[in-house]
Design a protein around this ligand. Structure first.
Ligand SMILES: Nc1ncnc2c1ncn2[C@@H]1O[C@H](COP(=O)(O)OP(=O)(O)OP(=O)(O)O)[C@@H](O)[C@H]1O
Ligand SMILES: [Mg+2]
Length: 368
């Protein structure tokens, strides 16, 4: 395979609106991108209650995408959406992992809104600390309904695949950042990874290299598109095109044109949604500060990913509103792109939209 003999990882990020694939190889300590691509599942966003139609579209979408990219591997790394699982950070007296394994199901009972018997549970000790002279630990608990995960797996199996690892999209995005991006100043301090997808914006706050807070905001790219659709009276697909080609916020002197020019009106529409998102981010960060007094630290940097992070000037808009540095993720920064087939310059630029998918492929390389 292109002269690279090493491990191969295939990540598939299936959302309600699109499916994305990333295939990577690892040789010695170097990562090579082999394929990166996406396919929309349906031209217009499906309603949340059109789950059955979605399943059929998803199976077809996966098959077509893999065939277009000539991906023959059957073993893939996939993720479920953070809003379909329960994520909790438990503070417990320190105990060895073997003991924790015994007690975690009892602990989980207090934290998950469904029967533990129906749940798939995973956990991970994220940090140890001392509180009032007692040795404590923080445990990241993830629970999903077994039935929901099984029907998700079913989609991949019907597409002829064998998922060998199911992550949660928010933690796959974190993998892209922690494994795929360059180290240095950006990794220090408290980092908020904010992934703005089509329906959901996920916040994952990383403190001392471990996830410490996670929340979904039900605002995303489809809301930006809807605002443009309303402003210009366009069909959804036309509004989406306008957004992806020219979407952004006018700032400074240009701001005075928001009612008179086309780009001004696009900016005006986008600002209405960006303001909602900014308020929700601000609220979540305030909650994070107040809920975690023992770790109380300011967020040093916000890193945006997801397709909507491509909106121009969104970083400046959030940075001005939050008073925190905001930048766009660069998950392909450390990856050798020279072996990738048909990677357009555009896709390379849009790496931030593929953060979750890249994180899945990287995880595949680390664990396979
Ligand atoms: N260049 C661009 N400018 C603005 N928005 C863009 C651009 N490219 C993609 N988007 C938007 O990004 C969104 C898709 O992002 P992403 O692929 O991260 O979402 P998703 O993973 O399908 O959804 P979710 O994570 O919410 O389940 C869409 O709303 C799309 O219109
Ligand atoms: Mg996503």
């Amino acid at each position: 395979m292109f002269g690279i003999r090493g491990k191969v990882g295939v990540g598939i990020d299936l959302s309600f609106d699109r499916v994305k694939v990333c295939k990577m190889a690892k040789k010695k300590d170097k990562y090579f991108l082999l394929s990166l691509g996406e396919k929309k599942i349906s031209p217009e966003p499906l309603r949340d209650d059109e789950k059955e139609a979605w399943t059929g579209h998803a199976i077809e979408g996966i098959k077509k995408l893999l065939s277009e990219h000539k991906i023959k591997e059957r073993e893939v790394y996939a993720s479920v959406s953070s809003n379909s699982v329960v994520i909790r950070y438990l503070k417990l007296p320190f105990m060895p992992a073997s003991e924790l394994r015994e007690v975690i199901r009892f602990e989980a009972e207090d934290h998950i809104p469904f029967e533990v018997e129906q749940a798939l549970i995973d956990f991970h000790i994220t940090k140890e600390f001392v509180d009032k002279e007692e040795r404590m630990m923080e445990v990241l608990l993830v629970a999903a309904k077994r039935e929901a995960v099984n029907s998700y797996l079913d989609i991949f199996q019907k597409a002829g695949l064998e998922p060998v690892y199911i992550n949660v999209d928010t933690f796959a995005t974190e993998d892209a950042w922690s494994i795929g991006e360059e180290g240095g100043v950006e990794k220090e301090g408290v980092i908020a990874l904010v992934d703005i997808g089509a329906r959901t914006t996920n916040i994952n706050i990383i403190e001392t290299n471990a996830s410490s807070f996670n929340r979904d905001i039900m605002v995303g790219g489809n809301d930006f598109t809807d605002a443009i659709k309303e402003e210009f009276g366009l069909a959804f697909s036309e509004a989406e095109k306008t957004k992806e080609e020219r979407g952004g916020l006018l700032l400074g002197e240009e701001y005075t044109t928001i009612t008179t020019t086309e780009s001004g009106r696009v900016s005006y529409a986008i600002e209405s949604v960006a303001t909602r998102l900014l308020d929700e981010l601000d609220r979540s960060f305030t909650y994070y500060y107040t809920q975690l007094p023992s770790y109380k630290k300011n967020i040093d940097r916000v890193i945006l990913s997801g397709g909507s992070a491509n909106l121009s000037n969104l970083t400046t808009f959030f940075s001005n509103g939050l008073g925190i540095d905001v930048m766009v993720a660069r998950p392909l920064q450390m990856i050798d792109l020279s072996k990738s087939v048909g990677l357009s310059a555009d896709l390379e630029k849009k790496g931030c939209a593929f953060a979750t998918t890249i994180g899945l492929a990287l995880r595949g390389l680390l664990t396979s």
